[in-house]
Design a protein. Structure first.
Ligand code: C2E
Ligand code: CA
Ligand code: CA
Length: 652
């Protein structure tokens, strides 16, 4: 008894201290909610094993040093405790390896991984059990102490060294994905494991090692098992740390996955002034919704106003992503509850593909800022990396290559965006918009590739392709009967300075037997005098032949008001930046009203572009715009869908 209350032996002290530490760890561990699944279960086993080993090891040590214990427990029981202790130490080694693998989410999917875990475990089992039948591995002396007897125990040590090497390799490989204090904790953990072998040889006791494991689990419960590190407290989803960790470990393991983000405009402002409870309630509503539509994804709330889903084995141009974006868009048309009030938010989805689009961590930071900027002004389809105005030449070079071969490789398709006419209440025109879908990059926005195509000259081929496709559609389908009066087709400045533009266009129209009144070319203003005069010549030639022109993006740049009266165009397209700004500030609204007045006074028609809400449409119609184009009515769509759209909307 006296050895327990006043232990003179350091081994007993260590075992007792270890039990206290491990029990504290167990209490902390069980007070946390269940966030980690497998990792948490393995950690639970680890704590249990630490307590177990220290208890049986403690009993064994007490038995050796205490007559009282000897009178209570038999010699055989002591030996049994010692065997259990030894077996337990091996189990701790195996479980620690499994824990390390769970932390880094490594599956046992390769033979070598299984071998690294299984071989040492097998050696240990054989060594412990064979000792029951002979004295090959260890034996007990008269005092009841255990001794290793031969080389076989050496092989056990060697196989344990295998573990340690594997562990060291993992910690080294993944060290970038975890914070430095975590790397230190892991290193300390496995150094203690490694020290187990020499400690055993020096002290002839497992106690220092057993105490070390207790210390290690206590460190882990504050780092790897600490939910506040990984769980965002308001929304109940993953934190920024958790997201970084997930992305990083997936990258190291070369998994294919997509980071699908939903940036919610003004969400952080909305909850900024609310109580914690109200904010948490709102975030949880959104998180619950997102979890429901795709339960397989890991969900994070890493930044104010941005939810992130990580979808494994999905590429960003997968239809699933568009489907999710569509579903989310519909849901966000309805209000959310903030306390008793209904609040509405605008959301912008974006998708980044790993490792195709981003293969390393450094690039993420670079892309993130661009994404943020772009999200503020985007079209609200799913924003992709290829939409970004990334400065790196490498990216432009890839696009350059794709664009050069786009026509030949059949990567282009023409979409049509219906344009509404308030006068007739129908969609009587449309704009042809080119789409490029590359096998590797997925969808690339024309806002990105057209400028590149203008630089390398391929825009000529692209626009010729678009014009032929439009003519073919007009000739081969019933769109004219469905109420379409003409199609708006974009012309680049590069087209307009070709001396043969007019002839080439007229040839194409003739080939498909399309009347010149069925095409309306959209051109933009140019600065340079010489270019302007060539453009004017071409415009004049085509106008004489009966082709009409629109001034695109009017008001976006340096609209030259004095030139407006003389440009030979039939209509002006108010740029979407003007339209959208008008509904955000009074001054912009006045600017827009006056632009409309001037255009009307010149006797030209007006198209309002980028109309996204019913309120905007109503106001623009009231102000006298002749054509309304925008997502509120319809998005650009493939030909077949466009025809369906006309059937549905123009005759009902
Ligand atoms: P753009 O000529 O100003 O075309 C209108 C753009 O506004 C299209 O973008 C269209 O999808 C988008 N849009 C339509 N309604 C809305 C709305 O309600 N809200 C917002 N935010 N956006 C709306 P897209 O298709 O990405 O085209 C971008 C630009 O690429 C075009 O701007 C045009 O300059 C150029 N482009 C597109 N197709 C062609 C083409 O065949 N040839 C040439 N040369 N350029 C083209
Ligand atoms: Ca246009
Ligand atoms: Ca435009």
């Amino acid at each position: 008894m006296e050895v327990i209350f006043r232990p003179q032996n350091y081994e007993i002290c260590l075992n007792m201290a270890a039990i206290v530490l491990a029990v504290i760890t167990l209490i902390i561990h069980s007070s946390e909610e269940d966030y980690y699944g497998k990792q948490r279960r393995i950690f639970g086993i680890l704590i249990f094993m630490v307590i177990f080993v220290n208890v049986v090891g403690g009993i064994h040590n007490v038995w050796i040093y205490s007559d009282w214990a000897k009178s209570l427990l038999s010699y055989g029981f002591n030996c049994f405790m010692a065997v259990l202790e030894k077996a337990g130490v091996y189990v701790i080694a195996v479980v620690s390896m499994c824990y390390l693998m769970a932390i880094f989410r490594i599956e046992l999917d390769r033979v070598w991984k299984v071998s690294v875990i299984a071989i040492p475990a097998l050696c240990s089992v054989i060594s412990v059990f064979s000792s029951l039948f002979n004295r090959n591995v260890f034996y007990f002396d008269a005092r009841g102490d255990m001794h290793l007897s031969n080389v076989f125990s050496g092989t056990v040590n060697i196989s344990s060294a295998l573990y340690l090497m594997f562990a060291a390799y993992l910690i080294y490989k993944y060290s970038k994905s975890i914070s430095s204090e975590k790397a230190i904790v892991l290193t300390a953990f496995f150094l203690m494991m490694a020290a187990g072998i020499p400690l055993k040889l020096i002290f002839h006791s497992y106690a220092p090692f057993e105490f070390g494991t207790a210390l290690a689990v206590l460190l882990c419960v504050y780092t790897f098992q600490n939910p506040s590190e990984f769980i965002e407290r308001l929304s109940g989803t993953g934190t920024k740390n958790a997201l970084n960790f997930t992305v990083y470990t997936n990258l190291i393991q070369k998994k294919v996955f997509t980071v699908f983000g939903i940036s919610i405009d003004r969400l952080s402002e909305a909850i900024g002034s609310e109580s914690l409870e109200a904010s948490s309630n709102l975030l949880t509503q959104i998180a619950t919704y997102l979890r429901r539509i795709y339960p397989d994804a890991a969900l994070f709330y890493p930044d104010d106003g941005v939810f992130i889903m990580v979808l494994e084995d999905i590429r960003p141009d997968d239809e699933l992503i568009e489907g999710l974006a569509e579903q989310i868009r519909r849901r966000f048309k309805d209000p959310w509850k903030l306390r008793e009030d209904d609040v509405r938010f605008t959301e912008s989805p974006f998708a980044v593909g790993f490792p195709d689009e981003i293969g390393n961590f450094e690039k993420i930071v670079e892309v993130k800022d661009e994404m943020k900027k772009m999200l503020l002004r985007q079209n609200r389809e799913v924003l992709r990396i290829s939409d970004l105005n990334l400065k790196y030449a490498e990216h432009d070079k890839k696009i350059d290559n794709i664009v050069r071969k786009a026509v030949d490789n059949g990567l282009l398709e023409v979409y049509y965006q219906p344009i509404y006419s308030p006068l007739t209440g129908r969609f009587d025109t449309c704009e042809a918009l080119v789409r490029l879908r590359d096998h590797q990059f997925g969808f690339i926005s024309p806002a990105i590739f057209i400028p590149i195509a203008e630089k390398n000259g391929t825009v000529l081929g692209i626009d010729r392709f678009v014009l032929s496709s439009v003519c073919e559609m007009l000739a081969a389908t019933e769109v004219l009967d469905l109420g379409i009066k003409y199609v708006e087709v974009n012309l680049s400045v590069v087209d307009c300075i070709q001396s043969n533009l007019a002839d080439s266009v007229l040839d194409t129209l003739k080939k498909f037997r399309i009347g010149t009144d069925k095409i309306n070319f959209e051109i933009t203003e140019t600065w340079e005098k010489e270019i302007t005069s060539v453009v004017d010549d071409n415009v004049q030639k085509l106008t004489d032949a009966g082709v009409a022109f629109s001034m695109d993006d009017f008001g976006s740049g340096y609209s030259n008001v004095s030139r407006m009266a003389t440009v030979p165009v039939k209509l002006f397209k108010l740029d979407k930046s003007i339209v959208q700004a008008a509904f955000e500030s009074e001054v912009s609204y006045m600017v827009m009203i006056n632009m409309i007045k001037i255009i009307k006074s010149l006797g030209k028609e007006i198209v309002a572009e980028g109309v996204e809400t019913g309120e905007q449409a109503k106001q623009l119609i009231r102000l006298g715009c002749d054509h309304i184009q925008g997502f509120f009515y319809a998005r650009p769509m493939p030909e077949a869908q466009f025809i369906e759209f006309l059937k549905e909307h123009n005759f009902s």
